[in-house]
Ligand binder design. Structure first.
Ligand SMILES: O=C(O)CCC(=O)C(=O)O
Ligand SMILES: [Fe+2]
Length: 293
């Protein structure tokens, strides 16, 4: 399968023809990565000090920003630098939103913005706390605290590495193949699990059967070292000063190396997709023979 779908947009305000929009929609919903090889995110000269690991809190993987509350997390710095970080990340959030809106206009009314992240730590050689947190292993995204209830996860990335370093990913097999292998291995949740998790506030919202299955698949994929080696996969190298958009809940991916990337997350209801049958929710429901929402 062709993994990349290239679009030539030079800036975040670029407009796209309806043909480009519908081709990009088909491509992304079909599990391709939409690559914008000419699109970068420029840092001002004052912001260049953030090309460093010095502002990262050792407990966090990334520096994150919540565009809804304006809060920055995971940074270790004084108020002046904190404000500058916030400014820079808010600008990335705005740019990424603009891109999503001009490339996918029919998602506009229902898409919701999530967290923005700045990732200043080199991936290669990083020691994860557990295999579940190891993003160098192929996985589809699912987060224990943040159930999506079927909503799609879109991520916009920009490699801003100033030293010419690529971000290297492995991209695995289509979601339908992942699901066929791993859904049969998903154990039944114990009764009342979701209600207890949300009552104890261990999840930010209700964890549906879909969320449970996705989290299990995420963990099973990462735990299976034989699968990591033998699964159909290919290496994709993202050059500095390029951007890409991917549905990380369906595209099997692993980040192998690279440093200094921005990322913006968005959530989209399955019903807003042009091809909802391609969503992980519908694919899993078809295999399970029942409703998982
Ligand atoms: O940082 C990256 O390049 C990707 C890591 C990852 O697995 C993700 O953002 O879902
Ligand atoms: Fe991921």
């Amino acid at each position: 399968m062709q993994v990349l779908h290239e679009i030539f947009g030079k800036d975040w305000e670029a407009s796209y023809t309806s043909q480009m929009q519908s081709e990009a929609t088909r491509a992304i919903e079909d599990g391709k990565i939409v690559l914008l090889p000419q699109l970068t995110f420029a840092l001002s000269s004052e912001e260049e000090i953030f090309f460093s690991t010095e502002f990262s809190h050792p407990k966090f993987k990334n520096i994150s920003f919540n565009p809804q509350t304006g809060l920055v997390r995971g940074a270790k710095c004084d108020v002046v630098h904190q404000a500058a970080l916030k400014n820079m990340m808010a600008r990335y959030a705005k740019n990424a939103s603009q891109l999503m809106s001009s490339l996918f206009p029919h998602y506009r009314n229902t898409i919701k913005i999530g967290r923005t992240s700045f990732r200043p730590i080199e991936i290669y050689g990083r020691i994860p706390k557990s295999y579940r947190k190891d993003d160098t292993r192929l996985h589809v995204d699912a987060f224990p605290m943040s159930p999506t209830q079927g909503k799609r996860i879109f991520r916009v990335f920009t490699n801003v590495n100033p030293y010419g370093k690529e971000r290297i990913w492995r991209v695995g097999e289509p979601f339908a193949d992942v699901a066929k292998q791993f859904l049969p291995r998903v154990k039944k949740p114990w009764p009342g699990r979701a209600a207890i998790l949300s009552a104890l506030r261990l999840t930010k919202s209700y964890c549906t059967d879909y969320d449970y299955a996705m989290l299990q698949i995420h963990n099973l994929m990462k735990r299976d070292l034989a699968y990591q080696k033998s699964a159909t996969q290919e290496e994709v190298r993202f050059l500095p000063n390029t951007s890409w958009i991917v549905q990380t809940d369906s595209v099997s991916h692993a980040a192998m190396s690279g440093q200094f990337v921005f990322e913006q997350t968005f959530y989209l209801p399955v019903e807003s997709m042009a091809y909802p049958h391609l969503s992980p929710l519908r694919i899993l429901e078809k295999l399970a023979g029942r409703n998982l929402a």
